[in-house]
Design a protein around this ligand. Structure first.
Ligand code: GLA
Length: 382
């Protein structure tokens, strides 16, 4: 569907056929939130919604011309001397081209047309999907000799340097490397990963979009990254450990007199969340969904109380879900301050949950939208 839309639009806007069309998925993170930039563990899976990109070459140039169907806007610039655009969506495709060029890959000009069937700004990683789709399309278009794991780092670097969000590597990894019917257990230090077979039947894995846009998240996100770095600095007084991944609750306890309360809470979240991811992997492997569900609830409580990245709408969705018999667990996902929750439900619990979502709109004035997704494939040509 999107394939035909982007193809036609590419012809209309640029007057030529696309040479390649690529789809990159968004993701949900089953568990392991705000652990990736502390070199911890995460367990994401790709979803069946994402970004479709059509591209063609502009030989002998360093021009990037991008048309966004969703924003109905065209932007043109030279990637060789690009700074940052006030139209933030443009920074993602541009950032990727700029970093590839900076790293010495031989790329020419490029026309890009893209559209998404994924809600934007709600924590499903539409931005990583855009970066990945563009990076992969450029790789194919110019036959670049670069692995998908390297491409993930290019996308992350684009986000750090051009978008100016100090994100971890989770979203780009899963969008590039996911395989159908699996989720990914990723060690964000070694970048080694395992694809774990993932089938929640007879339960439903439900995504609920709170429709609260996580606008604040860019600055708040960087604030959390800095707080984790601050925690490491304090905890490191006697040792040379590199990230929160290396510390335990005992280390935290020993230093408690020296650590400000908010920094201690952030560190506690990361330390315990890493433990939960390892347990979650075991529970999923043995199809112990009840125990897995409890971990979701614990993760949410920790993100709400210790990491302080939830909001009243997300808390309401999670509390409502877990008050229903037959909901095994629920939690917010992604950067937070809005966005989505996930939950695991029996048939009956799901019907009950859907009924209760009517109240959400009455209380908060936003409509909650639900999606059911199975673990999907990573980036690919269409
Ligand atoms: C965003 C970032 C990821 C990760 C999550 C929180 O999605 O892009 O790197 O940090 O937030 O887990």
């Amino acid at each position: 569907m999107e394939t035909e839309i982007v193809r036609k639009k590419h012809q209309e806007i640029f007057g030529c056929d696309p040479e390649i069309i690529v789809f990159a998925p968004g993701r949900i993170n089953l568990i392991g939130e705000h652990t990736d930039y502390s070199e911890g563990f995460v367990l994401p899976m790709a979803i069946d919604m994402g970004i479709t990109v059509a591209v063609s070459k502009i030989p002998d140039s360093s021009v990037i011309a991008v048309f966004s169907i969703d924003f109905d806007q065209k932007m043109v610039a030279l990637y060789s001397d690009f700074g940052r655009s006030k139209d933030n969506w443009f920074n993602y495709p541009m950032g990727v081209a700029k970093i590839l060029h900076k790293k010495g890959y031989n790329i020419g000009g490029i026309r890009i047309t893209f559209a998404g069937n994924i809600p934007q700004g709600v924590g499903l990683s539409s931005s990583a999907a855009l970066e990945v789709a563009v990076a992969f399309a450029i790789k194919e278009l110019y036959s670049l000799n670069i692995s998908n794991t390297e491409l993930a780092k290019v996308c992350q670097q684009a986000e750090h340097e051009v978008v100016e969000v100090q994100c971890g590597i989770m979203d780009q990894y899963i969008s590039l490397l996911a395989q159908k019917n699996t989720c990914m257990f990723l060690d964000c230090r070694s970048l080694k990963y395992e694809l774990i077979p993932c089938n929640f039947a007879p339960y439903h894995l439900i995504i609920t979009n709170s429709n609260v846009l996580h606008k604040l998240s860019q600055s708040k996100y960087n604030e959390r990254v800095n707080e984790c770095a601050e925690a490491v600095k304090i905890l490191n007084s006697s040792d040379q450990k590199k990230s929160l991944r290396d510390f335990s609750l005992e280390d935290l306890e020993k230093m408690k007199a020296l650590i400000p309360e908010n920094i201690k809470k952030r560190a506690r979240h990361v330390i315990l969340e890493n433990e939960r991811v390892k347990k979650a992997k075991e529970f999923l492997t043995s199809n112990d969904f009840e125990s897995f569900g409890k971990l979701l609830n614990e993760s949410h409580a920790s993100l709400r109380d210790d990491y302080e990245v939830s909001c009243k709408e997300l808390d309401w969705l999670v509390e409502t879900a877990i008050s229903i018999k037959g909901c095994l667990g629920s939690r917010m996902i992604g950067a937070g301050f809005g966005g989505c929750t996930i939950g695991l439900f029996t048939d009956e619990a799901l019907s009950e949950y859907k009924k209760k979502l009517g109240e959400y709109e009455e209380i908060f004035g936003y409509r909650a939208v639900i999606y059911e997704s199975t673990p999907s494939e990573g980036v690919h040509c269409l």
